[in-house]
Ligand binder design. Structure first.
Ligand SMILES: [Zn+2]
Length: 84
């Protein structure tokens, strides 16, 4: 199903629906951490930089999420995994 801002695809992980619901959007966090733009819809193809960021984020190197705020020195790592 197509995904547009006016007609979100309705998928469980639809980035538009999740943003509207103030839900956690894993890729948005990954992209913002790296200063990249977020994708407009689920159908928007990722740029090369975005694809690389997601590959890095899911490779284990950056798999622990600490929310959107930068981590303080000596702050314990408290992961916030995406919902299933
Ligand atoms: Zn969608």
């Amino acid at each position: 199903m197509e995904c547009t801002a006016e007609n979100p695809c309705g998928g469980q992980s639809c980035i538009i629906a999740r943003r509207q619901n103030d839900d956690f959007v894993y890729e948005d966090v990954v992209f913002r951490e790296r200063g990249l733009p977020v994708r407009a819809t689920c159908d928007t193809p990722p740029t090369a930089e975005q694809a690389r960021a997601m590959a890095e984020a899911t490779s284990g190197v950056h798999s622990i999420l600490v929310g959107t705020a930068p981590k303080e020195e000596n702050e314990p790592e408290i992961g916030r995994p995406p919902r299933p």
